[in-house]
Design a protein around this ligand. Structure first.
Ligand code: PHE
Length: 461
């Protein structure tokens, strides 16, 4: 289907010509760009830290390989098949299911609201690096600096708004113009930087204990909440259930190989997470910090590592810049979900759609932002607003949408259409098709229902 047909099909007006990815590499890079973000570099290490190390890593890896890749295939197929926003995409075969796409849009918007806050942290740390304020401090000073920054909600708000504005700017430029170009260069650079950091971290004196803790599973630490956390992390880190991958795939042309793209996306997301863990966790032990530190882990640990490197300021600046870009390529895909939908449904220009969404996001961001300040003591279900948002998004909403996607594709679609979509009408070979199909039809739904019941506390194993 060419662009014009696509546009007619989704009823877009002339002005918002529905763009397509220009190359296979571009799509994979954008999908990987969406996957690779704060989730891998910032969240994965601290989740590993809070959930006991190696065993969590192993459960995460197995889930990413099986559930992650399978569901990416599901979401790419749903997106490309419809060539429309996530809302339309889930409802393509039966309008009843549009609500699934709608729900994913709400979840990803909630995610975006607190993601901005951490995105702002990366900008702040980049600036601290180039001004040389981060190097030459001892571990206590670094931690104290982090605490005084993050609890200063006015400053954090300013940086969060800067992050939001930059995301909005890139989304305004449209798909192939902004996103594709940026991702193609930055993702490989980030990868190389993480390798350099991981090498420094594992060779620090005292790192051995951390490496062991990180890579050697200790199953005595595993509880049902380890599974909930690991699966939530798979969804978060691969942007599953968020409408993001569905939306990107709606811009994908019919010739690309979906299973291949899904595998590359999952592997890059996971590999970056594992590398980030290797860059951070051994260093945590080497510097006598605590792995259970929580969301500050990367920001508190890495400056210590830079302090032990020649040209530390330089590496620190490069790292935080790439960290920021990784966050940006993810936040772009979050904003694109609702913007694509608004363009499809209204006569609004891209610019107004972006603006409206930014305002909604600013409002939504207030409670998690304030939870670092004077609202810190407000707890709902035992969690502050920041953690509550995150739990609602990663552990409940995304898995629910993933469950719905798996069910829709295997029970609502007709199987021939499905097979045609995945194999490009027989043009590509997907040897594992049958296995994938049964897995998606039976096993994933069962696993995700158990996950949902456990995450909501209904089931207590
Ligand atoms: N996968 C992104 C990350 O790891 C987060 C994300 C989730 C992005 C959902 C888009 C949609 O940071």
């Amino acid at each position: 289907m060419d662009n014009t047909e696509l546009n007619q099909k989704v009823g877009l007006n002339q002005e918002d010509n529905r763009d397509q990815f220009q190359s296979k590499f571009g799509f994979i890079m954008a999908a990987a760009g969406s996957a690779v973000g704060l989730g891998n570099i910032w969240k994965f290490p601290y989740m590993t830290g809070e959930n006991g190390g190696g065993a969590f890593v192993l459960i995460y890896l197995i889930s990413a390989a099986l559930i992650g890749i399978s569901l990416l295939i599901v979401e790419f197929a749903i997106g490309r098949n419809s060539g429309a926003s996530a809302v339309e995409a889930y409802g393509k075969y039966n309008k009843k299911y549009k609500f699934v796409g709608f729900f994913s849009m709400i979840a990803v918007t909630v995610l975006f609201s607190y993601y901005n806050i951490i995105g702002g942290w990366t900008i702040y740390y980049f600036i601290q690096s180039i001004t040389g304020n981060l190097i030459g401090l001892n571990a206590e000073e670094i931690s104290a600096g982090f605490n005084s920054f993050t609890t200063n909600v006015d400053i954090v708000a300013v940086f969060g708004i800067i992050f939001l504005a930059i995301t909005a700017f890139v989304v305004l430029k449209g798909i192939s113009g902004g996103i594709e170009k940026a991702c193609t260069v930055l993702m490989p650079a980030l990868f190389i930087m993480l390798i350099v950091l991981a090498v420094r971290s594992v060779t620090l004196p005292g790192a051995a204990e951390g490496i062991k803790w990180y890579l050697k599973p200790d199953f005595s630490q595993v509880t049902s909440s380890t599974f909930v956390a690991a699966l939530g992390q798979v969804f978060f880190s691969l942007s599953l259930g968020s409408g993001g991958m569905v939306t990107y795939a709606s811009y994908l042309n019919k010739k690309e190989n979906i299973p291949f793209a899904a595998s590359v996306t999952a592997i890059s997301g996971t590999a970056v997470g594992i590398l980030a863990g290797l860059a951070i966790l051994p260093a945590v032990f080497a510097f006598g910090l605590s792995p259970g530190e929580g969301p500050g882990l990367a920001f508190v640990t890495l400056p210590n590592v830079f302090g032990q490197m020649p040209f530390g300021s330089f590496f620190s600046a490069v790292f935080f810049l790439l960290f920021f870009f990784a966050a940006l390529t993810s936040s772009i895909s979050m904003l694109e979900v609702s913007v694509t939908y608004i363009l499809e449904k209204t006569k609004m220009s891209r610019k107004s759609a972006v603006l409206v969404m930014c305002l909604i996001i600013l409002l939504l961001a207030t409670p998690p932002l304030m939870s670092y300040g004077s609202w810190g003591d407000i707890k709902i279900f035992g969690k502050n607003f920041f953690d509550l948002y995150d739990y609602f998004v990663s552990n409940i909403s995304f898995p629910l949408v993933g469950l719905a996607g798996a069910l829709i594709i295997s029970h609502v679609w007709n199987e021939k259409d499905l097979k045609d979509e995945i194999t490009n009408t027989g043009e590509i070979k997907f040897g594992l098709y049958k296995f994938w199909y049964s897995f998606v039809k039976y096993i994933i739904p069962i696993l995700l229902v158990i996950l949902f019941l456990t995450a909501t506390g209904i089931l207590n194993i």
